[in-house]
Design a protein around this ligand. Structure first.
Ligand code: NAP
Length: 417
């Protein structure tokens, strides 16, 4: 097997001292270009990042980009979809930003994204969903949408513990369940497990509440299906409330306390902890989005909910995301490889551009993040957009993927002057 080329680098990596992240001014950021439309959106986004950093810090800070490989490019180079060297580089540099990756077709190959999250223990999938003025939306008041979803990333049905119908393992499990627990499962069933643990739930909810406290958000809503799945989804909800009581008692109140002790008016220094059943929540985010700020939820609910809410603010082409662990973070365009548009310089690079803004916030380079968002906002208000938004907007000027990136870059330059 061929060896991966060694990384040659200028700049420095993030370091951790006593658990605290230290970000050098000349920072190495590894990137994965991705499959399908990945190269299109990366080419459009990277100049936006560079200009934002240059404008914000006037040369004091700089990013040194280093390509690392996963997906089709890695498979072509060394015959592996997710090489060990790539995982090690992300661990060593403590972060990466990536385009979408193909899920290889064929028996037994798991999604590369799921493998990445599991191998690097990136337990929180974080998806901010905020309306930018001028973006077409099916809502009457899309400006009310300003949420951030914390989705558990390691457990639930996405843990990938499942057996095929007719397999020896499925038969063994069926027989065990029947003999020892008296549970009958139809013989022609595939079987999957849905583990949800106290420890993983609590570290996810801790992150969500800490975010709400740090960013002065009014509420954290635990979204679950505990009315039906009591010992998994229901337990997620219980452990979430427990964590709030144990670790954030001075900063949080429950919805019940809000009504009983504070007559429905939340003191400015408190975060309300509430919960909603997942199906009802889908209605809530359509009808009363202003009542929800931070959401903490198990994996599958979060998967559905984050795409549904993204549709309220421009769709998948505008939805940024990150997968974060204690010492490692992967920022990514949340959509897939959109193969029919690959290489056509057509799709919206907004998802990756906004993921970059999130990444700079995470690094503490918030002025760069802010410039990127302002540059995007100005471009959309000028009605310069890619096909996905243009088809829903009157009087829009449709531009290519790279054309959109260029317009954002130019607007960032103007903003700073
Ligand atoms: P997809 O690639 O997200 O594309 C579905 C549709 O979403 C596109 O046809 C397009 O809609 C719209 N879309 C996606 N990206 C867009 C963008 N940047 N700008 C504008 N519109 C965009 O989903 P898929 O076709 O189900 O998945 C294809 C492959 O991607 C699969 O191999 C899947 O496993 C993988 N995937 C990877 C990730 C990841 O790496 N994080 C995530 C999801 C899926 P219109 O046709 O209406 O224009």
């Amino acid at each position: 097997m061929k060896k991966m080329p060694k990384l040659r680098v200028s700049g420095k990596a993030i370091a951790y001292k006593n658990g605290v992240m230290k970000v050098p001014d000349h920072l190495i950021i590894p990137f994965i270009i991705g499959d399908g439309v990945g190269p299109d959106i990366w080419k459009a986004s990277q100049p936006v990042f560079d200009v934002a950093v240059a404008q914000a810090y006037q040369g004091r800070r700089k990013v040194f980009w280093k390509e690392i490989f996963a997906g089709e490019k890695a498979f072509k180079k060394i015959g592996k979809w997710l090489p060990q060297e790539t995982l090690e580089a992300i661990r060593d540099f403590h972060l990466t930003i990536k385009g979408p990756l193909t899920t290889p077709v064929g028996g037994g190959i798991r999604s590369i994204n799921v493998q990445l999250r599991q191998a690097l223990e990136l337990y929180a999938c974080i998806r901010p969903v905020k309306y930018l003025k001028g973006v077409p939306s099916p809502l009457k008041k899309p400006q009310d949408v300003d949420m951030i979803i914390f989705r558990e990333n390691m457990e639930d049905v996405y843990a990938g513990i499942e057996w095929q119908r007719g397999s020896r393992e499925a038969a063994k499990l069926r027989s065990f369940l029947k003999k020892t627990l008296g549970v009958e499962i139809a013989q022609d069933s595939g079987i999957g497990l849905k583990p949800i643990s106290e420890s993983n739930t609590k570290r996810l909810v801790r992150r969500a509440i800490q975010y709400a406290v740090d960013h002065h958000r009014q509420s954290v809503t635990i979204v679950h299906k505990g009315n039906i799945m009591k010992f998994t989804e229901g337990a997620f909800c219980e452990w979430g409330y427990q964590l709030a009581r144990e670790e954030f008692s001075d900063q949080t109140i429950t919805e019940q306390e809000l009504n009983e002790k504070f007559s429905g008016r939340c003191p400015s220094d408190k975060v309300i902890i509430k919960d909603r059943i997942a199906d009802a929540m889908f209605q809530q985010v359509l009808l009363r989005p202003s009542e929800y700020q931070v959401i903490a939820t198990p994996n599958l609910n979060g998967d559905y909910l984050s795409d549904a809410v993204a549709a309220e603010v421009g769709g998948l082409g505008m939805a940024p995301g990150a997968n974060i662990g204690d010492h490692c973070a992967v920022f990514e365009a949340t959509h897939g490889t959109a193969p029919k548009y690959a290489g056509k310089d057509k799709v919206n690079p907004g998802s990756l551009i906004l993921s970059g803004a999130m990444m700079f916030d995470y690094l503490g380079w918030t002025s760069a993040g802010e410039l990127i968002r302002k540059g995007m906002q100005k471009t959309i208000l000028d009605k310069i957009v890619t096909y996905d938004l243009a088809r829903q907007m009157k009087g829009a000027k449709e531009v290519s993927c790279s054309g959109f990136g260029k317009a954002v870059t130019q607007n960032i330059c103007k903003l700073k002057k």
